[in-house]
Design a protein around this ligand. Structure first.
Ligand code: ACO
Length: 342
């Protein structure tokens, strides 16, 4: 059985920067730069222009990852797309990405799988991609995490608790086989459905007739704000994120029979700088072993870890021979960790 390793990385954020002050001056949100920075570490985020969706940003990230892997697009044998903000309810964004990459025109009708695990979508995808590669059924898997949050944020004061946190972007990796003694060593995934409604966007409810209740009797009209926008119990998310990230990281170390000090670099999901600082503090992780970009991008959900990974490779912070831990937590609740020998 071959090892599965990350052969290429790439990231993309749309050009428009929205600062914390812009949320106030451009969108009329009653907030301050200090409030957001103090609680989350976020200083700015990028918002896509109208007409751009997660698959469009995913194409840019994917093209870089494929080029960095030294491959052609047609070498890709499978697409996995992790997102909570696909263009439509269905189909998922994987098939849109396939078409936008020109694979259909090239006759590459490869499988395209969508992953709906929100902030832990990338780690769930990494576990799936590495298992597929190790099975020998496919060689090169393109794994993309991409989000267009800006289209579905309540940027008024009413939505400020949620909407000040999120930004748009995409990150991609190619997972490939190798006979070398390196790669994705192991992963650990978990979920706790008791908290399914704690962080959710319930635009529709298929158990109801009509499945999108409206304020008008004839079934058309305004969707109620509590259905249109994401709901979050921030304090409960914070507490569970810290606990589960620590637990799933320790479980991965235990499974791999490695010690915490063996890890050279931690790539935490970028949900909130304070969550990650607390995790690092409780695990006694020295600051120089962590990197963050949430200050510049906000929370890009499934895109945070591959974006961080791509930047770390680009800046030379992540080099062959290093042992890396990826740790994520998000809506569901779902969580996951992966240990990689780069
Ligand atoms: N600017 C100014 N005031 C705000 C803002 C804002 N952007 N957002 C909320 N407030 C106000 C609230 O309206 C509230 O006002 P009130 O007291 O008049 O009602 C006050 O600040 C306190 O609100 P809380 O929600 O209690 O604030 P809290 O200290 O819990 O901070 C936060 C909120 C930052 C969201 C925090 O709970 C948190 O970080 N939770 C983790 C959530 C998270 O990271 N989610 C990411 C998605 S999940 C994931 O990726 C893991």
């Amino acid at each position: 059985m071959p090892n599965a390793y990350i052969s290429g990385t790439g990231g993309y954020v749309p050009p428009r920067i929205v600062t914390n002050d812009d949320l106030r001056t451009q969108y009329g949100m009653d907030t301050t730069h200090e409030w957001i920075v103090q609680r989350t570490g976020i200083e700015q985020r990028h918002f896509a222009e109208e007409g751009i969706c997660s698959a469009d940003m995913g194409v840019h990230a994917a093209e870089k990852a494929i080029a960095n892997a030294g491959l052609e697009k047609t070498d890709i044998d499978m697409i996995i797309f992790a997102t909570l903000s696909p263009r439509h309810a269905f189909p998922g964004d994987g098939v849109y990405l396939q078409e936008k990459l020109g694979l259909c025109a090239a006759g590459r009708f490869i499988p395209a799988l969508d992953i709906r695990n929100q902030c832990s979508g990338f780690v769930y995808g990494l576990a799936t991609a590495s298992s597929m590669v190790q099975s020998g059924q496919v060689k090169h898997v393109l794994l993309v995490g991409g989000e267009t949050h800006s289209a579905a944020l309540d940027l008024s004061t009413r939505g400020r608790t949620v909407s000040s946190l999120f930004g748009d972007g995409a990150g991609a990796v190619v997972v490939s086989p190798t006979e070398e003694d390196r790669g994705i060593r192991g992963w650990y995934l978990g979920a706790d459905g008791r908290y399914a409604d704690v962080l959710a966007q319930r635009v529709w409810n298929m158990s109801k007739r009509p499945y999108v209740p409206t304020r008008e009797e004839d079934g058309v009209g305004e969707v109620a704000p509590e259905m249109l926008w994401a709901n979050m119990d921030g304090k409960l998310v914070f507490k569970n994120a810290v606990e589960r990230m620590i637990q799933c990281y320790m479980q991965a170390c235990f499974d791999q029979k490695i010690d915490q000090s063996d890890i050279d670099l931690f790539l935490f999901h970028q949900a909130n700088l304070r969550i990650n600082q607390m995790v690092a503090q409780m695990l006694n992780i020295p600051e120089e072993k962590t990197i963050h970009n949430i200050q510049r991008y906000g929370n890009t959900t499934a895109a945070t870890i591959p974006l961080l990974m791509a930047e770390a490779v680009e800046t030379g912070r992540l080099k062959p021979g290093m042992k890396v831990a990826c740790v994520a937590f998000g809506s569901g609740f779902t969580w996951g960790s992966a240990i990689i020998d780069w």
